[in-house]
Design a protein around this ligand. Structure first.
Ligand SMILES: Cc1cc2nc3c(=O)[nH]c(=O)nc-3n(C[C@H](O)[C@H](O)[C@H](O)COP(=O)(O)O)c2cc1C
Ligand code: SF4
Ligand code: SF4
Length: 271
């Protein structure tokens, strides 16, 4: 198959998924790379079409062993039109459980033809300087593996016609792992008024439009998905996640899931 375009289609609040997809696209080496970023709230409810001679790279982070609900809603509105798809989940060094299988099922339902999958590691959204969890990942070694994965995909498509490629075997279970039930008071970051300059950077990166900045920073707790994009984006350290439930989870991850895990690929050779 001639690949003219790689279309990177992703939900990525803290940008680790986006970075991994960029590395994979570099390895595929198409003539053109285009991005469909499903992270901003403006895409909610919109539908998108994938063109011909395009390979799609579908990416999302792992939340609780699944895909984030909002990512599922947004990915489900992309029409694949028979394009080959590479499925990628990025997780914070704990586990990816049923997320990659969920992504494969969504891709098929949208009319893509999954040809390979991978799980990469990204710095955990709850990672801090005091409790680092996969800090700095994807790092240089991960990015080399992302490029190598892309090169394997390129070879695979050059050697075999798309309709003769066997579907990749993707790990995961049915039924998928249950999502945590939502609570009446969802954890959400707070703003330290003395440090806040009302610059609006936090609101600009929030994938669910949960933040409004006027005379103060107001957060709609019910819309918050705990992605920590706002705390990462805040230039003054005013935006912090201090909810004890998140801090307890972060401490548990730091204690139990600090040992380095490596990316895994499915449907191509090992990385
Ligand atoms: C609400 C929430 C749940 C998460 N659940 C998991 C998980 O089950 N396993 C894991 O290893 N990482 C988990 N993570 C970490 C993210 O998968 C990881 O930080 C990923 O790199 C974020 O991707 P992004 O940078 O594209 O937003 C979770 C993060 C959040 C915010
Ligand atoms: S990014 Fe930080 S400083 Fe800027 S408005 Fe948000 S909390 Fe305030
Ligand atoms: S308010 Fe919640 S959803 Fe919005 S960026 Fe911050 S953590 Fe993410």
């Amino acid at each position: 198959m001639t690949i003219c375009t790689a279309q990177l289609i992703y939900f990525s609040p803290t940008r680790t998924t986006q970075r991994v997809l960029t590395g994979i696209a570099e390895g595929i080496d198409p003539s053109d790379v285009i991005h469909l970023d499903l992270t901003p709230p403006g895409v909610q409810g919109r539908t998108f079409e994938v063109g011909t001679e395009t390979i799609a790279l579908l990416g999302a982070p792992v939340y609780g062993g699944r895909l984030p609900k909002v990512a599922v809603e947004r990915l489900s509105r992309v029409r694949g039109n028979g394009a080959p798809a590479v499925l990628v989940v990025v997780y914070g060094n704990r586990a990816f459980e049923d997320a990659l299988l969920e992504l494969k099922d969504i891709a098929e339902a949208c009319g893509f033809v999954p040809i390979a999958g991978a799980a990469f590691i990204g710095e955990h959204s709850y990672s801090t300087e005091a409790m680092p969890i996969a800090p700095g990942r994807p790092d240089a070694a991960d990015m080399e593996k992302a490029v190598a994965f892309g090169q394997q995909i390129r070879q695979k498509l050059a050697q075999t016609a798309l309709d003769r490629l066997p579907p990749p075997t993707i790990p995961g279970n049915y039924p998928y792992k249950e999502r945590k039930p939502s609570t009446e008071t969802p954890p959400t970051p707070i703003t330290i008024a003395d440090l806040c300059t009302l610059c609006g950077d936090c609101a600009a990166v929030c994938p669910t439009a949960a933040i409004t900045v006027g005379d103060a920073v107001i957060t709609k707790a019910a819309a918050c998905i705990q992605c920590c994009a706002c705390t990462r984006a805040c230039p003054t350290g005013a935006r912090v996640m201090e909810d004890p439930r998140i801090l307890r989870t972060a401490a548990w991850l730091y204690e139990n899931h600090s040992a380095r895990k490596e990316p895994e690929a499915f449907g191509v050779g090992s990385l």
